[in-house]
Ligand binder design. Sequence first.
Ligand code: NG1
Ligand code: MG
Length: 518
Amino acid sequence: MSIPVFHTNDRDLPDLALKKCPQVIENFKQTYGIEPDFVSRSPGRVNLIGEHIDYTDFSVLPLAIENDMLCAVKILERKENPSITLTNSDSRFAQRKFDLPLDGSYVTIDPSISDWSNYFKCGLHVAQQFLKGLHPQLYLNNPLIGLQVFCQSDIPVGSGLSSSSAFICAVALAVIRANLGTTYAVSKKDLTRITCIAEHYLGVSNGGMDQATSVYGQEDHALFVEFKPNLKATPFKFPKLQNHEIQFLIANTLIVANKFDTAPTNYNLRVIEVTTAANVLANKYGVALPHIPDSTMERGNLRDFMDAYYARYPVSHDNESKDVIMIEIERLTKMLELVEESLGEKKEGFTVDDVAEALDCSREEYTRDYLLVFPVRFQVLKLYKRAKHVFSEAQRVLKALKLMTSASPIENDEEFFQQFGQLMNESQESCDKLYECSCPEIDTICSTALQNGSYGSRLTGAGWGGCTVHLVSSGPNGNVEKVKKALIDQYYKVVCPNISDKELEEVILVSKPALGSC
Ligand code: NG1
Ligand code: MG
């Protein structure tokens, strides 16, 4: 069944979206002197646990937040030269205008220039691709309809809360809506599928967590997002505790992680390291990985390796006694043993020659197949550390899911907080030491929060700056205020002595799980 994304009826919209709409509509009117036809929105997300494993197809545990991107849109009449005009409420992003090609070809995206309109173009591109697939006779050789757009977001940029994905999802939804009208409702599955690959046009080899969360978000629910065998986002509520309410506090390091400048040594390099690790393991244990067009690297990933390994060496389970999650946790333990066994000799890294040897190919073949797909720079490839992070993080997600969705009521609040918090802390340790995606500011914020009562503290999103997430409690015995105060006094007032109260409200967020794209 496909769940449509559009809310055709205002009563379905959450209060929050309705509250924010009048302002973006007013801003639109001020800018363009007319009323917009509709507003499309998509939220940011915070990932509770499961970092840097979406692009290896392991499941993650995020939730959509109340901060979102709103696009107020006016559909222009069909005329000879359709164009797009973009205005942003954030004055750092100046107005842009560009024409839509008359022959139905795509607008050019130049990934070497970092301009905010590139994100719009990515959303436009994937929506156009989708429309061409749906109605070739209408969209193959004909232009899209022109638009005037006013964009307004309260998701901090470059902070690991997925401002980029929220923007792209809101844009793709708006373009589909503008061209097909209200009678067509794109499904959440399609909107996720097309937006997942949109940032690839900007040279970032990302996975699908952010888009899936932005699209599937549900009020008061976190999501268990699976990528294999198919993309699936299952909403769940936090468990009821005896005396506390579970809260996640989000604190921004204020360090902006600029993906474009750093992707070659950070994000993209990690994607290549884990893809290489998967192929080295596959070669070692004599299994073949699928080469899937349109997947992140088209060369198979660590999840594919795990599946192929168990297809080749099946184990029988005394099935009655174990659930699927327990079985997968055990499989991941086995994967960690294989990592020790076959990558552990070169803990500090493989050279290109080492890798070529392990893959039985030439240096040139390896370079062609892996290193020329997305821009990267490195000295050595840390296959052992990266693979160890991925398998152990995938295991922590499943353990966290078990805690969150346990059938039996939670008897002891403290035990829940300790156990979930420990998984978050282990995740941070692994991101820092094995995946090397933390930074000193993240470390400072996490240790300050932990010393002041947080049960678990970690980076969220890609890392190298951006935001952190902390497990705290609210209610009569809650500690959320104490942790907040400690972060203000010991971090924010130290790094920005003149920070205002309003700014503080933006850098420390406590957000309820929110509704996805609409
Ligand atoms: P952020 O922090 O939003 O850039 C990135 C990727 C995710 C995921 C996380 C790490 C994009 C759009 N998103 O998130 O797919 O891999 O890092 O878990 O690049
Ligand atoms: Mg992003």
